[in-house]
Design a protein around this ligand. Sequence first.
Ligand SMILES: Cc1ncc(COP(=O)(O)O)c(C=O)c1O
Length: 412
Amino acid sequence: MSTAESKPAARPAASETPGDKVVQGARRMLSAKAERFTESVIREMTRLALQHNAVNLAQGFPDFAAPAEVKEAARAAIAADDNQYAITWGAKPLRDAIVEKFARTQGVTVDPEREITICCGSTEAMMSAMMGVINPGDEVVVFEPFYENYGPDAILSGAAPRFVRLHPPTWSFDPDELARAFGPRTKAIIVNTPNNPTGKVFTRGELECIRDLCVRWDAFAITDEIYEHILYDGTQHISMAALDGMRDRAITINSMSKTYSVTGWRVGWAIAPPGPTEAIRKVHDFLTVGAAAPLQAAGALALRLPERYYTELASTYQFKRDRTLQILTRAGFECFKPAGAYYIMTDISRFGFSNDKDFTRYLVEEIGVAAVPGSSFYGDPEDGARQVRFAFCKTPETLAAAEERLARLRPQ
Ligand SMILES: Cc1ncc(COP(=O)(O)O)c(C=O)c1O
């Protein structure tokens, strides 16, 4: 056999379309799924903020201290050598604390042995839940604008997203449009309340409308409730799992990240009926084995903090919300007032930029403030081209620095 013959068969030249750059001939060298989404725009904005020394109102992480007693509990757990793998689906003390808290706040009692999986943040809990229940051909209903992770979550789990629009200024949805999005292929709906990026808190009536469709089409409601304690003006958070008829259909995703200002700890969980939990636990086990053991121990203490902690958290954030609304309104933004979570969606029409991306680039490079382009929250980027999101989980000093810089903006 000649040398030439022993070589692998020549491959046709790679196609010149950008999306095919990694395809060598017939063989796709990288995952087609991974090619269908980009890196997180939110997290990219944080890198740009660092690069341009900008005030970071882009990514939703607090720039202030976590509660002292929660940090002390983590230090104590490490000192006591709680440093090896926890049980894969979560340390018992944290699962017990989750049971107590869910019963206390939502009146829902779950079994810590068969209905809870502790994961590496709610990010992994959502991914494990989706991978645990989705099959090829399944559809997932997603309210739009949506937290950007849900797009890649759908792609990686193999679900086809069906978007349903939330309309400003109150971010309400049209029940008929929602009903049209459900059908025999619907496996689940993703509900995020309180909502990122809009600050919407779903009402009981809206949740009941969703519930009725889940029951009719035999679908799960996967509810991301990580902002459950960040609520304004007396608004109430209602868990989907607490509604009649949803106990066996709700998969509740939550986390320590936002409630205890520890986004870097990566401790979250999924509460689901025993069937889905079995699937979620298997996916979780092989994705990550488990969340950090000493931080789970600290979580058991955090979830038992007195009621006062949660009321103070909400009132501190309400002050930050009002302050940021004032800063942004004075700078020329049209603001959509949030009822929960710690973001403000704005309309940027008055600034005369052709789209949200050009505007946020100008904002970070020339004004020195990082924000998130609205298009990253929509299936079709054009739909978010007039919107920009600001996070206000920041110290008074950070907000004052943003105010000073944003005063240089000139609406037309
Ligand atoms: C709606 C929503 N879900 C999930 C996450 C990620 O949370 P975790 O840190 O628990 O993974 C975020 C973070 O900003 C979020 O806004």
